[in-house]
Design a protein. Sequence first.
Length: 328
Amino acid sequence: MTPTAHEDDQPSVPPLTRPEMGLAGLGALAAAGVGALGLIASFDAVSAAALRWGFGQPWMLPVGIDVAIPVFTVANLLLIRMDMALAWVRFVPWVLTLVTCGLNVAAGQGLWAKVAHGTMPLLWVVFSEIGAHIYAVRIGAVTGRRMDKIRFGRWLLAFPSTFALWRRMTLWEITSYTDALERERERQLARAELREMYGRRWRKHAPHRTRVLLRLGDVAPATVPSDPAPEPQPGAAGEPTGQAAKPRARGRGRKPGAKAKATRSAAELLDEAREAAAGWSDEAINAEALRTELHCSAANSRMVRDALLNERADRRSLHPIEPEGVAA
């Protein structure tokens, strides 16, 4: 699939170099070794507790718990890798580790002994959570299902508007923070234009469909209806009733055979975009430029942008450059 302009503009994390990969491998081996040592160190404490509880084979309890912890950790990582994560699976190693920590703390004689006995088994779960986080972030970035985080500074400086932005991202599955900011900017511009057109009580006079689109963040200033303020009432200011009805017919009526821009199909928009962007470079084709040129909504401009870039990519792949010296 050909990447869109938005995906090209999105900064990506550079891949790990060979030294960094070696360092990460050594760190993973060391983490697994430390976690295994913590589980082995708790063997005596859990065995003593199993003996007090009447286990015929006391070694079975620590072995069962210590083996179950890495098994459920691996199961959680595999579920994340297959994009089938279960929320409760990640807590099973935590619960088993807390049981082991509790038994080790009870076996300690002093305060620091209790802390030392309880800390060692906890290291395994800490390392497994780091691995699960890396898995989830990388897979979510590839599949496009991971939602970008909003900067803490924006939460701090503008909490109400940031909460509204986060709410729209969550409700309408807008995973890109940049895309959400672009829609919020268009929504604010559309709101300002409605206020300028209808006055302070624009919410009462603006069309209901426009208000719904504005609430969804899917309306651009170019799609706001161009009707001036509310139609005058019949007979107001001494005007005849027949003349007072003319602004309504002119604002909402349409000449026979005329085609409104709001009802243009996707094919018509794409044809107009081909003509307008014939001399543009690939870098110049973006949603904002097409929206300004075609006077369409933000959603339609993004659709036209993706279609144009895909057509150009397909055209280049169908006409490969022949090597020099080869006869035509």
